[in-house]
Design a protein. Structure first.
Ligand code: NAD
Length: 349
């Protein structure tokens, strides 16, 4: 077995913890990339990996991303990520979640969890039975916290408007054509906000019925999932999978800007240069999609209410503007500018 620090993605992680609880069947990884700015925060993923090494790679990549995301969002938190290795049927029991909570608790607050792929707010409640280092719990109306999806969608919406201002030269989304890949929690929320503004929407989802239902609701056009990346539009908003911007797809883009909520959109570091070389405005994913983590971190810290969350999410367009201006001035790709800014903030620049 490869030692975690020999993984290419280890990248100076402070710690990588491996957990096993035989009674509940829990196998989990908690990767802590940085606690420079505060306790590491990042969601927990519940996923089946045919090769367990992929779970470690996922945890490493995602926790580094959380360091950058939290730093750029101005949160007093470091970056970490939990991954629970599910069985092929993805059986989830209260005992398994309680055991995961004990694992988190054993770290004494150095890692704070929340929802990620495969986890719900009900799961967070189960985890909270054995640790207090958990956020994304159901909350009362008006309070910070709860399901991060809608707040992420709001931040992405504000980021898309910023991209429209800069790349399309328009002050609103009215009449502007936005193509959205994936209309789940984030992409669906974004589509609704843009539709209210009178944007022209083309949408796609791997679940074709979901795309068609939303298209009917919003007066949008639904296209097959394999066509959305090549739609001619003003903005492409990836809100489904990571690694969708690669050599081949970037070459075929027909948009002025890419601004969406999906994590890790660039397949490789070289794709930052490719998108820049095509003169397509790119919104670094962890900057534009920070709304959800802002929401759950404020919940965890017990600081503030919905208004405070909204005020902080409202700073996302300004951060993007700062990155784009620096990118223009230095001719360095926006994704690289963002990474450099984040590295400086976590004391590694
Ligand atoms: P979700 O599961 O609610 O929605 C994802 C949607 O994408 C689903 O409808 C799915 O059918 C669709 N999809 C999957 N593969 C597709 C493909 N190849 N083409 C088109 N559609 C496809 O997930 P979500 O919470 O909306 O998250 C979407 C993305 O945003 C993910 O990359 C996630 O990591 C990222 N993100 C989410 C949050 C959040 O708060 N939920 C925060 C930050 C980042």
């Amino acid at each position: 077995m490869t030692a975690p620090w020999a993984y290419p993605d280890f990248d100076e992680h402070e710690a990588v913890h491996l957990f096993r609880d035989a009674a509940s069947g829990l196998t989990a990884v908690i990767a802590i990339h940085s606690t420079h700015l505060g306790p590491s925060a990042g969601g927990a993923r519940f996923w089946h990996y045919s090769d367990p090494a992929d779970a470690i790679t996922d945890a490493l990549r995602l926790s580094r991303g959380m360091s950058f995301k939290n730093a750029m969002a101005g949160l007093p938190m470091g970056g970490g990520k939990g991954v629970i290795l599910a069985d092929p049927k993805r059986t989830k029991t209260p005992e398994l979640l309680a055991a995961f909570g004990r694992s988190i608790d054993s770290l004494g607050g150095r890692y704070v969890t929340a929802e990620d792929v495969g986890m719900t707010d009900a799961d967070m409640v189960a985890i909270a039975s054995t640790t207090r280092h958990v956020s994304g719990l159901p909350v009362a109306a008006g309070s910070a916290g709860g399901d991060p999806g809608p707040t992420t969608a709001r931040g992405v919406y504000l980021g898309v408007l910023a991209a429209i201002r800069r790349a399309v030269g328009r002050d609103s989304a009215a009449g502007v054509h936005v193509a959205i890949q994936g209309v789940g929690s984030v992409g669906g929320g974004l589509a609704r906000l843009l539709a209210k503004d009178g944007a022209k929407l083309t949408i796609a989802d791997a679940d074709d019925r979901r795309a068609r239902a939303m298209a009917a609701e919003l007066g949008a056009i639904a296209v097959p999932a394999n066509e959305i990346m090549t739609v001619e539009a003003d903005v492409l908003s990836p809100c489904a999978l990571g690694a969708i911007l690669d050599e081949r797809s970037i070459e075929r883009l027909r948009v002025a800007a890419v601004a969406g909520g999906a994590n890790n959109q660039l397949a490789t570091p070289a794709d930052a240069d490719r998108i820049h070389a095509r003169n397509i405005l790119y919104a670094p994913d962890y900057v534009i999609n920070a709304g959800g983590i802002i929401n759950v971190v404020l919940e965890y810290l017990g600081q503030g209410d919905r208004a405070e969350v909204d005020a902080r999410v409202g700073q996302i367009p300004g951060r993007l503007e700062a990155i784009w201006s620096e990118s223009d001035a230095s001719r360095v790709p926006a994704a690289v500018v963002a990474d450099r800014m984040a590295m400086k903030l976590i004391g590694r620049g």
